[in-house]
Write a protein that binds this ligand. Structure first.
Ligand SMILES: *[C@@H]1O[C@H](CO)[C@@H](O)[C@H](O)[C@H]1NC(C)=O
Length: 226
């Protein structure tokens, strides 16, 4: 250190550069959720302690059943306006995922069903079509639409945070299974966020945003009120 301090500024520059490189290469922002510090930390969903994630069940109470989940085995009920059903296998549904930085979901589609525009704020999505064929579209932050018809056995990827949709294009049912690099993956569904929030976004914000009359906004809001 002493020699470095006595020299000109060039060594400082390299010192700072190498520290920056080290910090960047270890930064958790390069992946998604932070890395675990132990073999497992099966979530105690009932704990009153609040941390970034969930506290662990005592290891003495952990058993084989903590490492298996049946949530994705069941077909979702698509009897709804979108004719689709999202089943999440995230940490809330599968506590064994706690601290592991991954989760999954399944989306069932009746014929013509849609998973409306949405984003996953904390995770990239890697999906595979299991049954049928779907139109998968995503829009970049430069407003460019990228879309593909994806068939059974084929994969798609949705970069983290980008708005995307999935539409069943086949004649029968469709099923997709996706993996996420976040244990607590959730979907921010655009129409529900804009028109179904609680409390609701003031009509003035929405009429000015979409440049339509208040009656149009009220009509759309009535479809998302729950
Ligand atoms: C599916 O959901 C609809 C509407 O909520 C309901 O009427 C129906 O009983 C459900 N079907 C099954 C099999 O749970």
């Amino acid at each position: 250190m002493a020699t470095l301090l006595n020299n000109a500024s060039a060594p400082y520059f390299f010192l700072i550069l190498s520290f920056t490189t080290i910090i960047l290469s270890f930064s958790p922002s390069h992946s998604s959720d932070p890395d675990p510090l132990q073999d497992f930390c099966v979530a105690d969903l009932n704990s009153a302690i609040l941390v970034n994630g969930f506290p662990c069940k005592p290891a003495s109470k952990v058993n084989s059943k903590d490492f298996i989940s049946y949530v994705l085995a069941k077909e979702g009920n698509t009897s709804n306006v979108f004719r689709s059903a999202i089943t999440n296998a995230n940490v809330q549904a599968f506590p064994g995922l706690n601290t592991q930085g991954i989760s999954m979901n399944r989306v069932d589609f009746a014929p013509g069903g849609i998973f409306p525009p949405h984003s996953h704020p904390r995770s990239t999505e890697a999906g595979v079509v299991i049954i049928g064929e779907v139109l998968v579209g995503l829009v970049s932050s430069s407003n460019v639409l990228y879309s593909n018809v994806v068939k059974a056995g084929e994969m798609f990827v949705i970069p983290r945070g980008l708005v995307h949709f999935i539409l069943n294009k086949g004649h029968g049912k469709a099923l997709t299974i996706s993996a996420f690099n976040s244990q607590g993956q959730v979907s921010s569904v655009v129409p529900n966020i804009l028109f179904g929030s609680k409390p609701t976004i003031p009509n003035e914000v929405l009429t000015k945003t979409f440049q339509v009359s208040e009656s149009v906004i009220k009509s759309i809001k009535s479809k998302f009120a729950s």
